[in-house]
Design a protein around this ligand. Sequence first.
Ligand code: ATP
Ligand code: MG
Length: 273
Amino acid sequence: MSLIDANNSLDIFYNLIKDKKCNKYSNNLKVGVDLGTANIVLSVVDEFNNPVAGASYPASVVKDGLVVDYIGAVEIVRKLKAEVEDILGTQITYGSTAIPPGTLSGNVKAIGNVLEAADIEVVSIVDEPTAAAAILEIQDGAVVDVGGGTTGVSILKDRKVLYTADEPTGGTHMSLVLAGNYKISFEEAEELKKNAEKEKENFLLVRPVVEKMAHIVKRHLQGYPVEKIYVVGGACSFSEFEEVFQKVIGIETIKPKRPLLVTPLGIAASCIK
Ligand SMILES: Nc1ncnc2c1ncn2[C@@H]1O[C@H](COP(=O)(O)OP(=O)(O)OP(=O)(O)O)[C@@H](O)[C@H]1O
Ligand SMILES: [Mg+2]
């Protein structure tokens, strides 16, 4: 799959979620559950990683790979599972999930338990940036996943992960900057940040956060022969995001379409028994 194919898949997946519809499928479905800090997404792809169906729910039950509200997390996964089963007309019995790089083993277990408690047998638990790389079919380069709470960095060479790191900056910090500037609540700032009509003004304020992130990423890449950076995750949605990265780091930076959905779709693609 090329980047063009991946962009195509991401658009299709976005529309399937929006329209609550499914694409034709055979029996070999692959399922992924992304327990993110800001969003929980259940994704289904076929054996060729073509999107089949999905559902998403905004949540704050998991923080950077740490389950902070176990009951809440299980409830949401159950709800998403029922929703997608309804769309598919078939039952979901297994699936994969993912963790930010460097998650401690106890927390990995808790993430797996959320799926099991929602009656989803855990096929595998993968690294988030590795999942993203699977859907983008990246052989060499760096994947930077800028989520709600954290930024994950993965460096790949010949499809193998050479290095991973996780930094505690993400979309939350952008919202905090907006909240402070306009003296509004965090929730209001989250809404304002995603308002497409306010993007230009918002990005002026958020830009220093992005520059700081880029400097941190640059440090992680030092000593590795990275020629391309792929940015994914909801917080890189700003149209000028990749430009700032490229300027600060000096390495070509590519943003796929629907960056919010890259890791969720990649988790389903990584669901290999
Ligand atoms: N259009 C947008 N413009 C700017 N930021 C956005 C937009 N849409 C979503 N975000 C931000 O993206 C973040 C969520 O991204 P994502 O769903 O990738 O994170 P997550 O997987 O839940 O979190 P993490 O990976 O850190 O656990 C939130 O901070 C959200 O406010
Ligand atoms: Mg994420």
